[in-house]
Design a protein around this ligand. Structure first.
Ligand code: SF4
Ligand code: SF4
Length: 483
């Protein structure tokens, strides 16, 4: 399926007549009522409630971890999602989640077209909210157009000031909510107002206030049309069976004005009222065919259906439909829904596999982890009795909110003796790991001279937590002089 600027019959154009740049007219989307508009209000309310509400949910992780259900703790280098705590070493899980989300988006796009763009994209949601406020303050399309054309006056200044102030407030609330995902919400909110919050917090709020104002208030549909990369490449996911917002030309043409009581014979059902164009947030005419600027919001469907009600014709002159069905209906045949096709099955399988992979990574996640760094300078030390000693820094990660004691042993190195700095007197060194923390432990391994054969020896540090019946092994090497 190709996305074009329009599907009218191409005509020969002299290149000299094509302007290098042309001014895009301002859009003044008209208010529309209908089931799709109601659905969009509901989706917007739910998404905004999630965005502003989620940081306030608490989740008890014990005394040593934050109790915010979702928190990205940048200073602590951890992210908390309910039961899951992601450490920097586990960033692959976040990467996996992003991949799953991207494939899920491809799958939904192949099935339902740009529903993400039309209903759930933050640009759409915030633009809808900004336009709602604009309508409250400046009125509907005709009043806004009149106000825009009107010369400067105190009334115009008052309305514009009120609108911009309301937009700035929403922008500030948007930026203000964003920082709650990176800070303890009940702590940082009072700090924001008392001037005690950090510079980064104020800078983030200021930046997001400005960018929200700019994107949702000023740039609006231009973000979708000119800036969004997803709008560019998603046509690659479309085919003849992808659901898109479509005008049915076989039914609508030949369009023209219609007077009450006139016959519909010999003409199409489109009365050329342009309501579908007036309500469009991107200012396009869907009757020109599928276009890249169409975000599939469906508002033109509501607008046209309400016109069809007025003229006593069935709904569906503009509807969510597939290109194949439009052609079938034009030939008087029954529509066919082809949901299971190679493309959707492919995306579905990859989505399921990637999702299972991330789920497995989460389930197989160990509450304790270890890594080791052998001393390089010197590689080894010869003691006064001829024994050899290697030094290591063992990093132990306790990913749980409880204190745990672990034993450290060297396995696979016959005759070796392990000592831990600060625990020299213990036959089997036992160290305590603080909750939710990384411990860097100095460990020394001593090998009797008689056991050294002249070439490096591979062995494992084995860290055992008897309390949790948990063992972690980390491979390393013992070095000495060549023989
Ligand atoms: S709203 Fe319907 S009838 Fe009116 S111009 Fe658009 S397609 Fe034609
Ligand atoms: S053409 Fe219809 S579906 Fe597409 S953006 Fe405009 S109103 Fe929304």
């Amino acid at each position: 399926m190709s996305m074009t600027m329009n599907n009218r019959t191409p005509t020969t154009i002299d290149e000299a007549d094509i302007p290098v740049w042309s001014h895009k007219p301002k859009t003044f989307p008209k208010k529309v009522k209908g089931p799709i508009r109601n659905l969009k209000w509901a989706v917007m309310a739910v998404l905004l409630a999630i965005y502003w509400g989620v940081p306030w949910f608490r989740f008890d992780r014990g005394p040593f971890a934050p109790d915010q259900a979702i928190l990205i703790d940048l200073p602590g280098r951890k992210a908390y999602f309910l039961w899951f705590e992601i450490w920097p070493q586990e960033v692959y899980i976040v990467t996996g989640l992003l991949i799953v989300a991207a494939i899920g988006l491809f799958f939904v796009t192949a099935m339902l077209g740009r529903v993400w763009c039309g209903y759930a994209c933050p640009q759409t949601v915030w633009t809808d909210l900004f336009m709602l406020v604009e309508r409250w303050i400046e009125g509907d399309r005709a009043q806004r157009m009149k106000l825009d054309r009107a010369p400067f006056s105190m009334k115009k200044l008052g309305k514009r000031t009120a609108k911009f102030a309301a937009w700035a407030f929403i922008g500030m609330m948007t930026g203000g909510a964003w920082i709650l995902y990176f800070n303890d919400a009940p702590t940082v909110v009072p700090e924001l107002f008392t001037g005690e919050a950090g510079t980064a917090v104020y800078a983030t709020v200021a930046f997001l206030t400005f960018s929200t104002f700019l994107m949702a208030g000023i740039a609006r549909e231009n973000v979708c049309t000119f800036m969004c990369p997803y709008a560019r490449f998603q046509s690659a996911m479309f085919d003849q069976d992808t659901m898109v917002v479509s005008y049915h030309p076989a039914r609508g043409e030949k369009r023209g004005k219609h007077k009450a009581g006139e016959s519909w014979d010999g003409r199409g059902h489109c009365i050329d009222c342009r309501q579908c164009v007036d309500v469009c947030p991107t200012g396009i005419d869907i009757r020109d065919g599928l276009q890249m600027s169409c975000i599939s919001c469906g508002l033109c469907v509501d607008a046209c259906n309400s016109i069809m009600d007025k003229v006593g014709l069935p709904h569906g002159l503009i509807s969510y439909d597939t290109e194949r069905n439009i052609e079938l209906k034009a030939c008087g045949q029954k529509p066919k829904w082809n949901l299971l096709r190679l493309r959707t099955i492919g995306y579905g399988v990859v989505f399921a596999l990637a999702g299972l992979g991330v789920l497995y990574a989460l389930m197989a996640r160990q509450p304790m982890d270890a890594s080791v760094l052998a001393d390089r300078n010197p590689l080894f030390v010869r003691l006064s009795n001829g024994d050899l000693r290697n030094g290591y820094t063992l990093k132990l990660l306790n990913k749980t909110p409880e204190l745990h004691a672990v034993e450290i042993a060297a396995v696979g190195l016959t005759g070796a003796e392990v000592t831990v700095l600060g625990h020299e007197t213990e036959a089997v060194p036992t160290v305590e790991l603080a909750p939710d923390a990384v411990a860097a432990i100095r460990v020394f391994v001593r090998l009797p001279e008689a056991d050294w054969k002249g070439s490096p020896l591979d062995f494992d540090f084995v860290v055992t937590d008897h309390g949790r019946n948990l063992t972690v092994s980390v491979p390393t090497r013992f070095e000495g002089p060549a023989k």
